[in-house]
Design a protein around this ligand. Structure first.
Ligand SMILES: [Zn+2]
Length: 244
């Protein structure tokens, strides 16, 4: 990351082991310890500090020099300026290869550590897109079911609350209506695909789990993230269903 020649051998950062940093294919990068620590701490760092660290590297600084070159008070002041939207430029200390730099595309959203939309794959494997598409076909999914699936597949991050889906697809503010229609559809698809759904503590099946992964974001309503293979199948099916 900072190209420190004194980097101890064997420190690597992987983009796809446990932390969902990005949607890139699995990749590993050589890193020094200070850079690696900054990378992982960026979610909890003071606002602007991660950007300041990136600027420091891009001006040729090594990770280990970050806290040596500038004292805490100066780093805090610069971080605040960056966080408030001011442009900060640091004097170049070493020439380095021009960007773009991979670390600039990493997310700073702490929800990326836990949200299902940040995972490249669902926690439990789901059927493939071809299997979903066949199931949509055999049910001739149309009408309000099609509108629900299509709204969901095209939501940002394939993620929506039942309330948002009810509004977008069914023209109602009542999330229970969407829950009923969507749950019923998911139950039929589960049966066609012969898939074992997630279950509640009391053993009852969560039919929606065939199509989506759910989670409670802090301070917001329950959200469902459509699994990528279902969304892919939906994009195909929406085109076909429209033509019929
Ligand atoms: Zn480094």
């Amino acid at each position: 990351m900072c190209d420190d020649p004194d980097r101890p051998q064997g420190e690597w950062h992987s983009e796809d082991y446990s932390e969902p940093f990005s949607f890139e294919p699995p990749q590993s990068y050589p890193l020094c310890k200070p850079c690696h620590a900054r990378l992982h701490k960026r979610f909890n760092a003071m606002p602007g500090e991660w950007d300041l660290f990136c600027l420091h590297l891009e001006a040729g600084g090594y990770g280990s020099e970050f806290v040596q070159v500038r004292g805490l008070a100066e780093r805090r002041a610069l971080s605040e300026r960056i966080a408030s939207g001011c442009k900060v430029e640091l004097p170049v200390t070493r020439a380095r290869s021009p960007g773009p730099y991979w670390w600039r595309s990493l997310t700073l959203d702490p929800e990326a550590l836990v949200a299902p939309w940040a995972r490249p794959r669902p926690l439990r494997p789901r059927p493939g897109a071809a299997a979903y598409l066949k199931a949509f076909e055999s049910l001739s999914v149309s009408g309000s079911q099609l509108l629900l699936l299509h709204s969901h597949a095209t939501s940002p991050r394939r993620t929506a609350t039942m309330r948002a889906l009810a509004k977008a697809a069914l023209g109602t503010d009542n999330p229970k209506t969407a829950n009923l229609v969507y749950g019923n559809l998911a139950r039929q698809l589960t049966s066609i695909l012969d898939w074992e759904p997630d279950r509640r503590k009391d053993g009852s099946p969560i039919w929606m789990s065939l199509i989506a992964e759910g989670w409670y974001p802090p301070g917001r309503e329950y959200e469902w993230t459509m699994v990528p293979s279902a969304a892919e199948a939906m994009r195909f099916w929406a085109g076909i269903a429209e033509a019929i």
